[in-house]
Design a protein around this ligand. Structure first.
Ligand code: GDP
Length: 528
């Protein structure tokens, strides 16, 4: 292992933000980028989002609905760390690759609106984090507004997200009466005020919370603070870094993103606590980020980022070694060598060509559809990274063709879009229907639009009586054969030939599970 390589790996932090729409993710991202010096002005993230949308039709469609479902990567530096922030769109209409982005990060930042507590989208995204025990730092936002009691917000997180909360800062008052935060570990008081641009937020240092000077700053709130801290000390658990790294405990920070308050404290702790790139499993062995041979895995494909160039961008997470411009790598699934001449790195300001990159970095590779989600690239050894799953869709539609002569094009289009990961395609084993499954319903509109634009196929949807899907397997072949016989009319194969049970309703799924205890019903499937 080379020392220079180890240094590069150790300073990287690759993370995603998990939140429900409107909790303040965009605002917080913007403040983080300000600290990174990546942007100079507040407001740039939003306008950048808008500019990016205009680049393609279906993104324009999303924009019309006033939402953003395109995830992206922002790289910036902070206090000697190289930070890769992966955007995870939070809207209800998001797609499956929102989930997949979380398989490419080493840790997460959970943003909660203090007036709302845990919301639906957060629950779903945290489920994905739990699959990999992703370490999570929590930021409770909007303390400048009246919200829930901070203890109740933490209890809500503990109950619904099944993760122990340990506050590292504690809010003093809220809304009109928001005084600031107390840093529990540093005995530092941060008085609330809006902190403009990337300016540092200075704290006042005390000997301890019983320091009488506290009254000068906080008045009657000093007593309240002491009482609350005493309560926390009695009831709560101490911070334990190991437990954080195992995804069992989350350090909690309070603040107000829009006022850039509490953000720097959180960011400082974040770069210190959050893990550097970790080893990643392959079908044969674990690959350490410190290995000198290059390896990387594709976790997301984005088509039509630029309408003038019909190419697609494959987002690759580097897992080991050093990437250099023009590097020749092996594309194992297709058994070919591939020169990565025009990789893009996503700096917060811009997309720029990349000369070198290391484990934890995300690079974008232009291609014309030869790269698939889950593809592994290495310079030497044949490897196949695992852990990039397909998620069980929650919405289903039957595809109807307006012009029956176009059946071949429809099939090709659907297969390619499924391969790209834009939607899941199921073919029932008892008829010749095309059933689409998606995690967010917006995907269906995107697919119809793209079928027309890219494959000249006019398609429509019919609703269908399917509420959920499970991938089916069993070690007992006889049981599996019996199951297939019994549920024939509800079975389908997906784009990769895997067997799935399409349940007409949750009760039928339950009864199938009871009837066939030896059959495994999976909500995720590893991409092959
Ligand atoms: P996103 O949907 O999670 O990206 O949320 P945004 O960052 O777009 O914020 C949603 C709304 O909450 C916007 O109107 C923000 O101005 C507002 N907001 C964000 N942070 C704060 C905060 O700290 N305090 C208050 N009062 N509003 C905030």
């Amino acid at each position: 292992m080379s020392k220079a390589l180890a240094r590069e790996v150790d300073k990287r932090r690759t993370f995603g933000i998990i939140s429900h729409p409107d909790a303040g993710k965009t605002t917080l991202t913007e403040k983080l980028l300000l600290y990174g010096g990546a942007i100079q002005m507040a407001g740039s993230v939003k306008s950048r989002k808008a500019a990016r949308h205009a680049t393609s039709d279906w993104m324009a469609m999303e924009q019309e609905r006033g939402i953003s479902v395109t995830s992206s990567v922002m790289k910036f530096e902070y206090k000697g760390h190289e930070i890769n922030l992966l955007d995870t769109p939070g809207h209800q209409d998001f797609s499956e690759d929102t989930y997949r982005v979380l398989t490419a990060v080493d840790s997460g930042l959970l943003v909660i609106d203090s007036a709302k507590g845990v919301e639906a989208q957060t629950l779903k995204l945290m489920d994905v984090c739990r699959l990999r025990n992703t370490p999570i730092v929590t930021f409770i936002n909007k303390l400048d507004r009246e919200g829930l009691d901070p203890l109740d917000v933490m209890a809500d997180i503990e109950e619904h997200l099944k993760i122990e909360c340990v506050p590292l800062t504690w809010p003093i008052g809220m809304g009109q009466e928001f005084k600031g935060t107390w840093n529990i570990y540093k005995n530092e008081l941060h008085l609330f005020s809006a902190v403009h641009e990337g300016k540092t937020q200075e704290g006042l240092v005390f000997n301890d919370v019983n320091d009488p000077r506290l009254e000068e700053y906080l008045g009657e709130f000093a007593v309240q603070l002491r009482d609350e801290l005493e309560l926390l000390e009695g009831a709560g658990n101490p911070f334990d870094k190991e437990r954080y790294l195992n995804g069992e405990q989350t350090p909690v920070f309070f603040g107000s993103a829009i006022n850039n308050f509490g953000v720097q404290e959180m960011l400082d702790a974040f770069v210190e606590l959050a893990p550097a790139p970790k080893s990643r499993p392959t079908t044969t062995r674990d690959v350490s980020p410190y290995e000198t041979d290059f390896s990387g895995v594709v976790f997301k494909i984005q088509a039509n980022m630029d309408k003038n160039h019909r190419d697609r961008i494959a987002f690759m997470r580097i897992c080991s070694g050093k990437f250099t411009r023009g590097m020749k790598v092996k594309h194992h699934r297709v058994g070919k060598d591939f020169t990565i001449a025009n990789a893009t790195i996503f700096m917060a300001q811009d997309r720029t060509g990349v000369d070198e990159a290391y484990a934890g970095d995300i690079i974008g590779i232009h291609n014309h559809g030869t790269i698939k989600i889950g593809d592994t690239f290495t310079t030497k050894e044949e490897l196949k990274f695992v852990g990039i799953p397909s998620f069980s869709p929650e919405h289903f539609r039957r595809v109807q063709l307006k012009d029956p002569m176009k059946r071949k094009q429809l099939q090709k289009g659907l297969e390619q879009l499924a391969e790209e990961g834009a939607v899941q395609l199921f073919r029932p084993i008892s008829n010749s229907d095309y059933i689409l499954g998606a995690v967010g319903i917006l995907q269906f509109d995107v697919i119809v639009h793209r079928l027309k634009e890219e494959y000249s196929v006019n398609a429509l949807y019919e609703p269908c009586m399917i509420t959920t899907a499970r991938w089916i397997s069993s070690e007992d072949e006889k049981v599996l054969a019996d199951f297939k016989d019994y549920y024939r009319s509800d079975l389908a194969v997906d784009a990769e030939g895997c067997l799935a049970y399409l349940a007409p309703n949750p009760w039928k799924l339950e009864s199938a599970q009871e009837r066939y205890p030896k059959v495994v019903f999976s909500t995720t499937r590893e991409i092959r």
